[in-house]
Structure formats: C-alpha cells, structure tokens
Design a protein around this ligand. Sequence first.
Ligand SMILES: NC(=O)c1ccc[n+]([C@@H]2O[C@H](COP(=O)([O-])OP(=O)(O)OC[C@H]3O[C@@H](n4cnc5c(N)ncnc54)[C@H](OP(=O)(O)O)[C@@H]3O)[C@@H](O)[C@H]2O)c1
Length: 208
Amino acid sequence: MNIGIIGAAGRVGSRLTEQALAREAVVRGLCLASDRPQVRHPRFSLVAGDARNVEHVRQTIAGKDFVVLAVGSRCIDSPHTLHTESVRATVAAMRQADVRRLVAILGSGILDHHTGLPLGCVQRLNTPTAWLEDYLAAYEFLTTVDDVDWTLICPVLMSDHSPRGHYRVSANRLPEGGRHIEAGDVADFILKELESRQFDRQRVGIAY
Ligand SMILES: NC(=O)c1ccc[n+]([C@@H]2O[C@H](COP(=O)([O-])OP(=O)(O)OC[C@H]3O[C@@H](n4cnc5c(N)ncnc54)[C@H](OP(=O)(O)O)[C@@H]3O)[C@@H](O)[C@H]2O)c1
C-alpha cells in the first residue's frame, strides 16, 4: 500500500500513519510546519505544508495509490473553511498527479437523519453551525466530482484512547445509538476502506 496522508500529525492522521506503517505501507505525510509528527521510519517521509495549497498536496501524493485527507482544527475560533478548501485542493492535486482514490474525514453532522435534514441540523450541540456548513460544503463539492473515487468517513464524537478493534459502520447514517469512537478505530476502518471501496461515493457513519 502506498499512501499520502494529508494531516498526518493529527489524532486520526497519526494513528493512521502508525497503523499503515505496521501493515508494511509506504507513507508520505503532509503536516503544517509547526506540527511535525514524531515518526521516524524508513517507509515514512514528510512534506511540511498546507492542505489548502494544491502544490503542497501534489508533492505529498505524487506516485501514491491512495490519499487520505485527515485535517482538522482543535481551535474553535479558526476559519471555518478548512475542509472545503482542503477538499478542493486535494481533488485538484489528485487530478494533476493522476491519483484516483480518496478517503476524507468530515463529521457525523453531514449524515442523514430520519427527518430528511442533515444530522448536524438536528443535533446542533454536537456540531457548531459554522463547522457544519464547512463539512456540508466540502461534501457537496465532492458530489460534483466524477473523476475521483471518494469515500467520506463521518465519525461521531471522537477521543484518542486505545482502539477497541471493533466498531459499527453504516452507509450515509450513524449506526443506531452510536455516540462515541476512538481515533485508532477510525484509522483502522480507513485502511480497510481504501482498498475495499465498499462505500464508493458514499458517506459512512462510524461508532461503537
Ligand atoms: N474530534 C471529534 O470529536 C470529531 C468528531 C467527528 C469528526 N471529527 C473530524 O475528524 C477530522 C479529523 O479529526 P482529528 O481529531 O484527527 O483532527 P485534529 O487532530 O484536530 O487535526 C488534524 C491535523 O490537521 C492539521 N491541520 C490543520 N489545518 C491544517 C492545514 N491548513 N494544513 C495542514 N494540516 C492542517 C492539524 O494541525 P494543528 O493541530 O496544528 O491545527 C492537525 O495536526 C476533522 O475533520 C474533525 O473535524 C472530529
């Protein structure tokens, strides 16, 4: 497996890097210059850059088979266009580099609720409005893209303790009653989904 990970120092990104390397993958990670991962491994290389910059993303994914977009911001006051801009830059870079498979992480707010509204419009407390708008705009952009095979992973509330190794996934909806997931289990599912393409062009809810 040959993967470019955009946001490799984040909670999911670092778990993903660790698990991919343990499964013999070759990984190139993009991280903000201020945010270097601690990984030292002969099959890991690093690009310091910005996920919103097409050239930085292209350098990260050139020659790769798979791309994972795992950026996020822990700062509630940061600009709420990160996901829209980074998804657009990633798709543009994938076209330039002729890479076709993308798995990106957004939030459970874009999943379907039985009322027909996005889940995040019903459960506003879990997804601040500006973040939800950014997630929805990124998703809507991807629905217009037909030359990239994409899957959107939509975790419910996430923490970063030991992964459990078992979880539920559901196409376009949150698994019934799901409230929580560990970043390491999200990473495990992403690695499986990259190759299996079980949820091609779909959103996937993931929770215990
Ligand atoms: N936490 C939750 O409960 C939860 C639930 C559902 C979905 N999500 C979503 O899941 C995704 C991954 O979550 P996470 O907790 O792994 O994210 P994270 O750790 O908050 O962020 C991921 C990484 O992206 C980096 N980053 C931010 N802006 C960037 C940029 N412009 N260019 C390059 N890298 C950039 C961050 O650096 P800095 O730390 O320096 O900003 C961080 O290392 C996010 O989209 C998040 O919104 C989170």
